[in-house]
Write a new protein. Structure first.
Length: 389
């Protein structure tokens, strides 16, 4: 709660008028001073009264591609039984402030505000909380409070269609990668029982502990798997600030395009950031939401050294995750490409995408396919220009 300039002026003038009125025998001045102080006290009490509000918000949709439409619907309901809420409210939507018309909100009624969510930039747009400002009729005091929770809208990178993806070294006779079959030899995870599952796969100890049937899910580890390594180091993207850079945005678009293409071809995929965030799902069971959420939340990190990349490569070396490694980075550093190239003995196919500069990276390296592009669309064109995977 704070006093406005008018309220602070009255608070300072009131005692002066009282002192002058009583000291010099002017009752009129004393009455004015007393009225000023009473007005300030009543204004403070009026502003401090907290209306009972219920704030709900709904984003439609809450996950969109960059540039697509998303709208936020905000509903403010007055739960008070007797008093109307005279308020001025503002909702925060990313970096913008949106006014919400809730003046004279009667008891038991609500007001609805709808406004577009900015989707011109990749990221997670935080919306809320609602900032409710209550002031007295004379404008002497105001009190601002936060009401309601915070919603989020995930803005995904732009996806460019890729005509094909590398399928590694294991192919079926008809030229497509086989789907992961149930019942193969490698344990993956536990899941709830569904009609048709074999009872010999039921994990009885876990089922007894949680009170419902749980079965062991297995997968065939011989199937090819794509591994996308996204370089989110600040040193790999010159000119980066506020957690992003043009080259990093292009790398996120390239990663999103690979995710969607792998999902279309039902290929298992691992998306790993150099900083350590990983999403790994079976191509048959998963959708793209977890991958694209990670890309929407991705920010540039680090202080400028290559230790994070060394650790990421070490993780890939000790736990081979697939047949094809795709490394997406900034304009290109020969030392970084050499670090990733040390994995040639483990991954039959290694592709390096250098984004943001078409002249700063080598065009070829021994055993590595290097694609240089200025943006995500350029990467898709370079990718589709590869004759065969």
């Amino acid at each position: 709660m704070r006093l406005t300039r008018r309220g602070a002026g009255l608070l300072a003038t009131g005692p002066t008028l009282l002192a002058a009125g009583f000291g010099f025998g002017y009752p009129e001045l004393a009455v004015l001073g007393c009225a000023a102080l009473v007005a300030v006290v009543l204004a403070v009490l009026h502003a401090l009264w907290r209306p009972v509000l219920a704030v709900t918000r709904r984003a439609d949709p809450d996950r969109v591609m960059r540039g697509d439409d998303s709208r936020m619907t905000l509903t403010v309901h007055n739960n008070s039984r007797l008093l109307a809420a005279t308020l001025v409210a503002y909702d925060r939507c990313g970096a913008a402030v949106v006014p919400v018309p809730v003046l004279r909100l009667r008891p038991g009624h609500d007001t609805v505000a709808e406004y577009p969510v900015p989707t011109d930039r990749r990221g997670v747009v935080a919306i809320g909380p609602l900032r409710v400002v209550r002031r007295d009729p004379l404008g002497l005091a105001t009190a601002a409070r936060a009401s309601g929770d915070v919603a989020q809208v995930w803005v995904y990178p732009t996806v460019h269609r890729l005509s094909a993806v590398p399928v590694g070294v294991v192919r079926s006779l008809d030229g497509r990668v086989d789907r992961v079959p149930h019942g193969t030899i490698t344990f993956d995870t536990l899941r709830e029982y569904v009609v048709g599952d074999e009872l010999r796969h039921v994990h009885w100890r876990t089922s007894a502990r949680i009170g419902e049937l749980m079965v062991r899910e297995h997968l065939d580890t011989s199937l090819p798997r794509l591994v996308v390594l996204l370089d989110d180091r600040l040193c790999a993207h010159p000119g980066g600030r506020d957690g992003t850079a043009d080259s990093f945005e292009a790398a996120c678009e390239a990663a999103a395009s690979l995710v969607v293409a792998a999902h279309r071809e039902e290929l298992p995929l691992v998306l790993q950031a150099v900083s350590g965030d990983v999403v790994a799902r079976d191509g048959r069971r998963s959708d793209t939401r977890a991958y694209l959420d990670l890309l929407a939340e991705a920010r540039l990190r680090g202080t400028g050294d290559g230790d994070d990349l060394d650790r990421a490569v070490a993780r890939l070396r000790h736990r081979r995750a697939g047949d094809t490694l795709i490394y997406l980075t900034g304009p290109g550093d020969a030392a970084d490409l050499g670090t990733v190239g040390s994995l040639r003995g483990l991954y039959p196919t290694i592709v390096v995408g250098t984004l943001g500069n078409t002249t700063g990276a080598p065009s070829t390296m021994d055993g590595i396919t290097v694609l240089s592009a200025g943006d995500g669309a350029g990467f898709a064109a370079e990718w589709d220009g590869v004759r065969a995977w």
